[in-house]
Design a protein around this ligand. Structure first.
Ligand code: AMP
Ligand code: MG
Length: 396
C-alpha cells in the first residue's frame, strides 16, 4: 500500500498536462490558470506622481528661501501641470502628476499657510511622498508565468498593467458519477435500506471552485454492465471521478470494471479516512479517480488526490497550508495510516488552537458542520495529549 506522499507522486508523474487554451477578457478570467506568460504593457506608476494631498516643490529651493515658498498653480488628477517655477511650490493632489522641476511633496497637514505662501517643516526630505514612474513594475516586465491561478487581485493588477485579454488554459472536463444501489436523490421518498446521495453535489461544486467544467453523470447502480457502459462512454473526458464501490466487497465493482477497461496505477493508500482510492487512466485521455463512498472519505480523498491532480493538469501546484497548532483536547489511536481528523481551528493570542471533534467516523458527515480544518497525524503517530503541538490544515 502506498503512503500519501508516494500516491501523490504517482499521480503527479502520470498527469497529462492540459494543452488547449482560451483567450479571454479579464472579466471572464477569474479562477482560470495562465497559459502563456503575461507582460506589463505600461510602467506602473505611468508617471511620477504625488502620494498625498499637499504641496510639491524642489527640495534645492528650501534653504535659499528659508523654507517659505509662494504657491503657484495646481496639479490635479487627469491633467498635466505647468512646469514648477523656480523658488515656488504648487498645490498637488494624490495621484496627480509631479510638475517638471519638482522632486518632493509635503503633505498638507505638515505645512503652515501664510497668506499665499506655505511654510515647510525643516525635517522634510527630498523625494518625500513621490511615487516614481515604474517603481512598481515596468512595461515589458513578466508579471505572471504559466500555471498561475488568477485571483481577483491578479485581475486588478493586470488591469493596471494595461492587459485586456489573457491566454488561459481551457477548463478540464470532469465527469462525476456516484455508484450504489442504495442511493436516492434528496427530495425523493426513502424506501427501507436507502440513503440520500450526497457525494456527487459536493464533488461537482469543489470541481467548479477549482476552475474545472464539472459534468453531472448521475448515479449508476452496482451493476457491472452499467458501469462498463458508463466508463467506456467517458473516454473523452479529461477526468472521470466516481464515488463508492472502490473497495473489496462483492458489490464494489468500480475497481473491477476499471481494471478491466483501464489501467490502474494504485488502488489503496495509507490514509484515513480514504484507504480504498484508485487512480489510473481509461483510454488515451481520461484520468480516472475512484473515490470511496463514505462522504467524509470522499471529501478528504478529493482534497488529497484530485485537487493536486487538477492543479498539475493546469501546469500548477495545489496550495497546501499546514500550520503548527496546539491541541485543545487529547486523541488516541492505532498507528499505521496518515490520518486527517476533522477539527475546529481558532486563534488565541496569536496561537492556533485545534480541537479534534467528536464523531470521526467516515460516515459522520454531520461533524463537517463544525469543521473548519483538519489535524494531520503521521503514519506512526499514536495520537496526542491536550496542550501538545499538532499539525493543522485549514479547510476553506
Ligand atoms: P462504498 O464505498 O460503495 O462501499 O460505500 C461506503 C459507504 O458510503 C456506504 O455506507 C455507502 O452507503 C455510502 N455511500 C456510497 N456512496 C455514497 C454517496 N454518493 N452518498 C452518500 N453515501 C454514499
Ligand atoms: Mg457502494
Amino acid at each position: 500500500m502506498l503512503s500519501l506522499a508516494e500516491a501523490q507522486a504517482a499521480i503527479l508523474a502520470r498527469i497529462q498536462l492540459g494543452t488547449r487554451s482560451d483567450v479571454l477578457p479579464l472579466t471572464r478570467a477569474h479562477g482560470r490558470y495562465v497559459a502563456a506568460a503575461l507582460h506589463a504593457r505600461v510602467d506602473n506608476p505611468a508617471f511620477d506622481n504625488s502620494a498625498m494631498d499637499g504641496y510639491t516643490l524642489n527640495s534645492h529651493d528650501l534653504v535659499a528661501h528659508d523654507f517659505v515658498l509662494p504657491v503657484l498653480g495646481e496639479s490635479s488628477c487627469g491633467s498635466v501641470p505647468q512646469q514648477l517655477a523656480p523658488g515656488t511650490s504648487m498645490r498637488i493632489f494624490t495621484g496627480a502628476p509631479l510638475p517638471a522641476g519638482a522632486d518632493t511633496v509635503v503633505m498638507q497637514e505638515d505645512v503652515e499657510l501664510v497668506g499665499e505662501r506655505v511654510r515647510i517643516p525643516h525635517a522634510i526630505r527630498a523625494g518625500n511622498h513621490v511615487r516614481w514612474r515604474g517603481d512598481d513594475f515596468r512595461a515589458g516586465d513578466a508579471l505572471y508565468a504559466p500555471g498561475h491561478r488568477l485571483r481577483a487581485c491578479d485581475l486588478g493588477l493586470l488591469s493596471a498593467a494595461g492587459v485586456a485579454e489573457v491566454s488561459v488554459l481551457a477548463r478540464p472536463r470532469v465527469l462525476v458519477v456516484a455508484t450504489g444501489d442504495e442511493l436516492v436523490a434528496p427530495g425523493q421518498p426513502l424506501q427501507p435500506g436507502q440513503i440520500y446521495e450526497s457525494n456527487r453535489l459536493a464533488t461537482l461544486l469543489q470541481l467548479e471552485a477549482l476552475g474545472a467544467e464539472a459534468v453531472d453523470g448521475g448515479t449508476v447502480r452496482d451493476d457491472p454492465a452499467a458501469l462498463r457502459a458508463l466508463l467506456k462512454g467517458a473516454v473523452d473526458y479529461d477526468f472521470i471521478i466516481t464515488s463508492g464501490g472502490a473497495s473489496v466487497g462483492d458489490h464494489d465493482l468500480v475497481k473491477q470494471v476499471f481494471a478491466e477497461i483501464g489501467e490502474i496505477s494504485f488502488w489503496r493508500a495509507k490514509v484515513k479516512p480514504g484507504k480504498p482510492v484508485a487512480f489510473g487512466r481509461i483510454g488515451a485521455r481520461a484520468h480516472f479517480f475512484a473515490l470511496p463512498g463514505n462522504p467524509v472519505s470522499s471529501l478528504v480523498t478529493f482534497k488529497l488526490f484530485v485537487e493536486p491532480a487538477l492543479y498539475a493538469w493546469h501546469h500548477s501546484q495545489a496550495p497546501v497550508l499546514e500550520l503548527p497548532a496546539i491541541a485543545a483536547n487529547g486523541f488516541q489511536r492505532q498507528p499505521g495510516r496518515m490520518e486527517f481528523l476533522r477539527a475546529r481551528l481558532w486563534s488565541e493570542n496569536g496561537v492556533l488552537q485545534a480541537e479534534a471533534l467528536t464523531g470521526q467516523g467516515s460516515h459522520q458527515i454531520g461533524t463537517l458542520r463544525h469543521t473548519n480544518g483538519f489535524i494531520r497525524l503521521s503514519e506512526d503517530s499514536q495520537g496526542f495529549a491536550a496542550g501538545e503541538g499538532v499539525r493543522a490544515l485549514p479547510l476553506f
